[in-house]
Design a protein around this ligand. Structure first.
Ligand code: DLL
Length: 447
């Protein structure tokens, strides 16, 4: 018998009522931390005056800067003896911040991830290989405990060592994996190099992918090559880690678990709430976290709320595939560009593999944008004119999408570096003043 979601998950009113009931408790718990006591005092807010969802907008916003300023323990809302674990969210340029978990927090985190696995059919019959980094990064441990909770035989493979990963996949008949989308491309390339058929030689059925931006075309590529279903999984260390929002069978947006988180989409500059369907900054409130509750946390991630009830019947609010981060945006020749726009164009080209990079250089007074992409293994050109025609076509598509004309370098397979964790898509070598702390942000390092 498969997983049957409880009836209240199908009722938007029941979810809103639950949020209204939990928010005042979350605010009172937050008020136990020195950081929120100060924030509430600054905002002139009496925490006991928060009665329900209608009071949400009276709460102050919380930013990554707040977390940094209050390191290490300013946002801790329980005595240290109640804390069982911490994770550390790395930044390539910013200062990392710590997130704390009580036993209850760890339990609910596992529950959130387990739901996402169960709604797409995972259970005790499955063999689950977790190919995300274990350690300070939340990707590994997050789904690990979820998979054990629902009875999967769990292989804590961790990240890297592709030969061993593929050996494990084959030997143990792995059916479900958790993997970075950029690493899935690497595993695929390795299978092909070894003469393996990624669809026929593996028992895989499902992949949960997340932790970095990726396009719909990237999803479809992984699905087709392995002959599996790929489900998007979103999360961030500050909220818990993976499992804040997960996709169902419909693959039409990610369900944010409404009994644990409140979603808002705000205009990134005016911070005004945006109507359903309009893209803006994702702002999240934790409803059940104990060690480090966060209220109206500005994630810097860009997405929109999807209106209406999902075809799967679940009423947990849905957000669309993330399109980037406010601090991901690069400005080239005065034009705003999100790296995912480049990926969208490149992944539509069947001759290209899945590894790519943007390199930015200073050329005199101007910026140079060089897009590097690898050829798919096995793809060759008899005539250099064919390759040149392909390059010209892709440059035109990039120009149409980005409104600037990049240079395009088409490289041999495996020519680009492979990241240990999340892929680093942009190398900015331009001469520029030191970025200020706010703009430096917390990029996608994995651990
Ligand atoms: O990446 C947690 C995670 C692990 C999520 C495994 C999913 C799977 P952080 O290292 O704190 O936590 O990075 C969080 O990564 O704010 C997004 O910018 C980005 N991100 C996470 N999931 C997705 C996704 C983990 N599915 C930051 N699509 C977030 C796009 C994602 N970006």
């Amino acid at each position: 018998m498969g997983f049957v979601p409880p009836p209240e998950w199908r009722d938007p009113e029941a979810i809103r009522a639950k949020q209204s009931e939990l928010l005042p408790q979350a605010v009172r718990r937050a008020a136990q931390s020195p950081a929120y006591r100060k924030k509430f005092a600054d905002a002139g807010l009496d925490p006991s005056s928060v009665r329900g969802l209608d009071d949400l907008r009276r709460l102050p916003l919380t930013t990554k800067e707040d977390l940094r300023r209050e390191m290490p323990y300013g946002f801790l809302a329980v005595p240290l003896r109640e804390v069982l674990r911490m994770h550390y969210s790395s930044g390539t340029t910013g200062i990392a911040t710590a997130v704390y978990h009580t036993r209850g927090d760890l339990d609910r985190w596992a529950e959130c991830c387990a739901r996402g696995m169960q709604i797409v059919g995972a259970g005790p019959e499955d063999v689950f290989q977790n190919m995300m980094g274990y350690g300070l990064f939340t990707g590994g441990l997050g789904l690990h405990y979820a998979a054990e909770r629902i009875g999967c035989m769990t292989i804590p493979a961790g990240s890297g060592n592709t030969a061993r990963q593929v050996h494990l996949l084959r030997t143990f008949g792995v059916t479900v994996i958790h993997i970075l989308p950029s690493y899935a491309a690497r595993v695929l390339a390795y299978c092909r190099e070894q003469g393996l058929d990624p669809a026929g030689d593996l028992a895989l059925r499902t992949a949960h992918v997340g932790a970095e931006p990726h396009s719909e075309d990237t999803r479809r590529r992984i699905e087709q090559a392995f002959d599996i279903k790929v489900y998007n999984c979103f999360g961030l260390s500050e909220m818990q880690g993976p499992g804040v929002a997960m996709e169902c069978e419909a693959q039409d947006g990610l369900h944010v678990w409404g009994d644990h988180f409140i979603v808002e989409i705000l205009h990134p500059e005016t911070l005004e709430p945006l109507p359903e369907g309009e893209e803006g900054e994702l702002v999240l409130t934790t409803l059940t976290r104990e060690a480090m509750p966060l209220l109206r946390y500005r994630t810097r991630d860009l997405t929109r709320l999807i209106p209406g009830i999902c075809p799967c019947g679940l009423a947990h609010p849905r957000v669309a595939r993330l399109t980037g981060r406010t601090d991901d945006m690069i400005i080239v020749k005065g034009v705003n560009i999100y790296p995912l726009q480049v990926e969208q164009v490149l992944m539509r080209v069947p001759e290209f593999g899945s590894n790519w990079q943007i390199v930015l250089e200073t050329a005199g007074e101007l910026d140079d944008m060089i897009v590097k992409v690898e050829l798919r293994p096995g793809v060759g050109f008899d005539d250099m004119r064919e390759l040149d025609a392909l390059r010209q076509r892709v440059i035109q598509d990039l120009r149409a999408e980005l409104l600037v004309t990049p240079k395009l370098q088409v490289l041999e397979p495996n020519a680009l570096p492979i990241a240990e964790g999340k892929a680093q898509r942009v190398l900015d070598n331009r001469e520029q003043p030191e970025p200020d702390e706010e703009a430096a942000g917390d990029k996608h390092g994995s651990g």
